[in-house]
Write a protein that binds this ligand. Structure first.
Ligand code: ZN
Length: 330
């Protein structure tokens, strides 16, 4: 691990990478591979390491690509003739049918190498039309074609697509493994343990918090909104604070706060996430709501999370969430 914080390849991704390279060496790669696992576990890192390793002309028996050969350079520059990456045009947007038609065109070109590889990430961002177009390619894949679908919420993919793919799950690594991997990383000034707790123990989320000042700012804003929820007697300052936040990061953190309060009531102890807040304030919040209400709110927060993608008015949504959360003490 170096001080500039470019950590080594995540050790929990080595076994699945070995497995993929083993299949490749045996000529047994599936035409469709569904790579799934929790958000921030490194599915994209794994998929790209695999693609680059296939492109690498100098890796020999090494697990990882060399990073210096023509194949690696072409891959890293996004111009490798046998590899195509398909992502939304903007983060959080959909993958449209035009992009999937591009895959069909790409795979129909004649090629010299042993395989043509496509990565779609996140695969659940495909529209229904895009998924239907992809299904036709998965049903009759051209020889040597492999399509890797990386998805956090694979249940959102049509069952017809899932059934055409071989499944490879990337389980979340133990926290101790991630802590060791992050080692003495620094940059943004955030300590490893705080970054781990604030990112809900998601390895790549913690790395981002350690490296990236904007991610830290986002965390501080979310934390401020949650502190307001814990401390304010009236809902309106909290509504204002929630409106400053990105609901996609705030809601999972809110869920962790509810879980931390529940954990305290059940055990009298504080979990990692709970320790990021003032102990007495969190305890008073937990007692005020009680276990039943905390469980109810956790359930409702799952619905809020699903709706966070929908194009509804975020201001109204913040208000209804906070009013529901403060119902008991309004
Ligand atoms: Zn190379």
């Amino acid at each position: 691990m170096n001080a500039g914080c470019e950590p080594e390849f995540p050790p929990w991704l080595r076994p699945p990478l070995e497995r993929l390279l083993g299949l490749s060496a045996e000529g047994q790669l599936p035409s469709g591979l569904l790579l799934t696992g929790p958000f921030g576990v490194g599915k994209g890192v794994l998929a790209r390491a695999f693609l680059q390793r296939v492109a690498c002309t100098r890796a020999d028996d090494a697990l990882l690509p060399c990073g210096n050969c023509n194949g690696c350079h072409a891959f890293l520059g996004g111009i490798h003739p046998e590899i195509l990456e398909v992502t939304p045009e903007e983060v959080g947007k959909e993958i449209l049918i035009e992009a999937v038609r591009g895959i069909t065109d790409f795979l129909s070109l004649s090629h010299s190498g042993p395989a043509r590889l496509v990565l779609i990430e996140p695969a659940e961002a495909m529209t229904v039309n895009a998924a239907n177009a992809l299904l036709r390619t998965l049903e009759e894949p051209p020889a040597g074609a492999m399509i890797v679908l990386a998805a956090t919420r694979s249940a959102r993919l049509p069952a017809t697509i899932r059934s055409r793919c071989r499944l490879l799950r990337v389980p979340p690594p133990p926290v101790a493994t991630v802590r060791a991997w992050l080692g003495d990383c620094h940059g943004s000034g955030m300590a490893v343990d705080e970054a781990l707790a604030a990112s809900l123990n998601r390895p790549l989320g913690a790395l981002e918090l350690i490296r990236d000042a904007a991610a830290v700012e986002n965390w501080r804003q979310d934390r401020e909104a949650l502190v307001s929820l814990l401390t304010q007697d009236t809902p309106f300052p909290t509504v204002t604070a929630f409106r400053q936040c990105d609901l996609k990061s705030l809601i999972p953190r809110l869920q962790c706060l509810l879980l931390s309060a529940h954990y305290y009531l059940a055990t009298g102890l504080h979990n990692d996430f709970g320790r990021l807040f003032d102990r007495r304030v969190l305890e008073a919040f937990a007692r005020r709501l009680g276990r039943h209400e905390l469980a109810q709110l956790s359930l409702e927060s799952l619905r809020w999370q699903r709706e966070a993608d929908a194009p509804l008015n975020p201001e109204l949504r913040c208000e209804s969430m906070v009013l529901r959360l403060t119902n008991g003490n309004a």
